[in-house]
Design a protein around this ligand. Structure first.
Ligand SMILES: Cc1ncc(COP(=O)(O)O)c(C=O)c1O
Length: 408
């Protein structure tokens, strides 16, 4: 089935009443008739639900639908995008290992890599992933995973996923791609060779700013039996190609407690149904707004990968189904003017989220990136006058009029 259909008709959890939506299984645990039956599920001899921190039928329906949309073999839903990233990284790394990550990615991920992981002697090297040669030249024998974003938030400098995946494969290093900003409607990173796909489902998948969530998806591209990850290889005897997810679910995910609330999985399933049509409108509105701002004499600069002048424009055509996403950044020349703009919008909301149906604006330097000093912010492509816009799905004329009056 095509994504428009899959998003609506994918797997649903069973219910005995013919309900047309997946029920919310609001339960902590699952009862069994005999001690032996529950013991068998604990021992992995028979499948079954034990405890919602490990698995839940509502979340499982979301997991299957996300895996199908990403053309992948399996998924684990998490309580947030950060839970998805931290659980994945902690499953694959040990003290002494190194991560190679793209610069210009989400500040929370940078903070995890820079502030938390070094406590466990896991080091991260950041490099510009838009330049494939320079980026992959940082791989060494300690590199245990590579981390990219499809449309990096906020740099919007799109990496060549296929080329980086080829290099990662040569060194048997799993390539992890955060596909939050593009969603499977624009690109399925697994089809380009990525091994694991991450989502903050809080964004476009939810689509309405109503619930936090995340997902870890195994594309099926990585050979978990190759001996690089011996603990996962041992799991593969039982779990086959799903060894990584099985290992994750029964260890790091179970023990760190990053499971979603069943109610939130239900909300994500509902959001998914309209994701394909919403993404098309987000992208169309963002392109129109980028062109409008680009032509405006009071606007100093505009960064949108859909603009022909953008260095990433060819990659939009090659990789993103010719849709450049709903995020753009622009500047008005100074921090003061950019803040004045944010204070002056009426329709757009000043909020630290993206992917909402509503247009959102944000001053990244003083919000998500406020903990980093100026030098570091510049390395992360965050200038003091940068305004990030998550372009919503309102009528374009209304968005444009709001921006016009605020710039005036
Ligand atoms: C690209 C990206 N990845 C991950 C996250 C973290 O997701 P969450 O807020 O759901 O933890 C965000 C949040 O803004 C994001 O933009």
């Amino acid at each position: 089935m095509k994504p428009e259909t899959l998003a609506i008709h994918g797997t649903t959890a069973g219910n005995g009443f013919g309900a047309t939506v997946t029920p919310i299984y609001q339960t902590v645990s699952y009862a069994f008739d005999t001690a032996a039956e529950l013991a068998d599920v604990f021992a992995g001899k028979t499948p079954g639900y034990i405890y919602t921190r490990i698995a839940n039928p509502t979340s499982l329906a979301l997991e299957k639908r996300l895996a199908d949309l990403e053309n992948s073999i399996g998924c684990i839903a998490t309580s947030s995008g950060m839970a998805a990233i931290s659980s994945t990284v902690l499953s694959l790394t040990r003290s002494g290992d190194k991560i190679l990550a793209a610069t210009g990615i989400f500040g929370g991920t940078v903070s995890l890599f820079e502030n938390i992981l070094p406590r466990f002697s896991i080091e991260t090297v950041f490099a510009n992933a838009a330049n494939t040669e320079t980026f992959i030249s940082n791989i060494d024998d300690r590199t245990k995973l590579i981390f990219l974003e499809t449309i990096p938030n906020p740099s919007l400098e799109i990496p060549d996923i296929k080329a980086i995946a080829r290099a990662a494969k040569k060194f048997n290093i799993p390539l992890i791609v955060d596909n939050t900003s593009a969603t499977p409607i624009l690109v399925k990173p697994g089809d380009l060779g990525a091994d694991i796909v991450i989502h903050s489902t809080s964004k476009y998948i939810n689509g309405h700013g109503t619930a936090i969530g995340g997902a870890i998806i195994d594309t099926g591209n990585y050979n978990w039996r190759n001996g690089v990850f011996t603990d996962i290889k041992n799991t593969s005897k039982k779990a086959g190609p799903l060894a990584f997810l099985s290992h994750l679910r029964n260890l790091v995910y179970r023990d760190l407690g990053g499971c979603p609330a069943p109610m939130n999985s239900f909300i994500m399933l509902q959001g998914l149904e309209t994701l394909p049509i919403r993404m098309k409108t987000h992208c169309a509105n963002a392109l129109k707004l980028a062109n409008y701002l680009n032509d405006h004499t009071k606007v100093s600069w505009v960064n949108y990968p859909g603009l022909p002048a953008s260095d990433s424009n060819q990659r939009v055509a090659d990789q993103l189904n010719s849709m450049a996403g709903g995020l753009l950044t622009f500047g008005l020349g100074s921090k003061e003017l950019s803040e004045k703009f944010i204070d002056s919008v009426k329709l757009a909301k000043n909020a630290a989220n993206l992917g909402d149906a509503k247009t959102l604006v944000l001053h990244p330097a003083s919000t998500i990136f406020h903990e980093f000093d100026e030098q570091k912010r510049i390395e992360m492509s965050v200038t003091d006058d940068m305004i990030r816009v998550s372009v919503g799905i309102e009528h374009f004329e209304d968005i444009k009029n709001d921006f016009q009056q605020a710039i005036d």
